[in-house]
Ligand binder design. Structure first.
Ligand code: GRF
Length: 191
């Protein structure tokens, strides 16, 4: 069984969807660790409620990215983690973690990549006036949302769509797509 770590910075609704899928037995994996760079983020409470250990840090307490990623790596190794799932982790992964976990780090992004990478993908789609956007699960490389695409699902933008309504539609798709895609990946790639 895969031993995964989830990295998150905020509310953690995707973290929750993955926890729920593991508890329901539809995602065959163990969640060994939450890594969170925002003390006070709601995802930390979710981890506590689910009995999942958390490593919470402040980037500014470290000299640089290499220093805090080395610390993260120690926690990952202690928890026996072999696969990293980014779920709203608002930082680029650096060389330290890419060297150890390259090809075993995935992310979810709220657009049909390569369209609308980076911050505020929902706002970017509305601003562009497109009628179709969606969700992408992809491998993580050194770039910003540039890694190989694993799975995508379409979300239509209706006439009169608001930012809140589109955000809700996208999150609804994410909460289904991420656990299903992870399970499929673990079954088919032997991770
Ligand atoms: C999601 O929309 C995800 O696609 C993006 O960050 C958001 C995280 O939301 N990478 P949550 O913290 O899981 O609710």
């Amino acid at each position: 069984m895969r031993q995964i770590a989830i990295f998150a910075s905020g509310s953690g609704s995707n973290f929750q969807a993955i926890v729920d899928a593991v508890q329901a037995g539809t995602l065959k994996a163990n969640i060994g660790l939450l890594v969170c760079d925002q003390p006070g983020a709601f995802v930390i409470h979710r981890a506590q409620s689910a009995g999942i250990p958390a490593f919470v840090f402040r980037a500014k307490d470290y000299e640089n990215k290499q220093a805090f990623e080395r610390e993260i790596q120690r926690h990952l190794e202690a928890a026996g983690v072999d696969f990293i799932v980014l779920a709203g982790y608002m930082r680029l992964i650096g060389p330290t973690l890419l060297e150890s976990y390259g090809g075993r780090i995935v992310n979810i992004h709220p657009s049909l990549l390569p369209a609308f990478p980076g911050k505020d993908a929902v706002g970017q789609a509305l601003e562009a006036g497109v009628k179709i956007t969606g969700v992408t699960v992809h491998y993580v490389d050194a770039g910003m949302d540039t890694g190989e695409i694993i799975e995508q699902e379409i979300v239509r933008i209706s006439i009169g769509e608001t930012r809140d309504s589109l955000q809700e539609k996208i999150q609804h798709v994410e909460h289904h797509l991420y656990p299903v895609t992870l399970n499929h990946l673990f079954l088919t790639t032997g991770y």
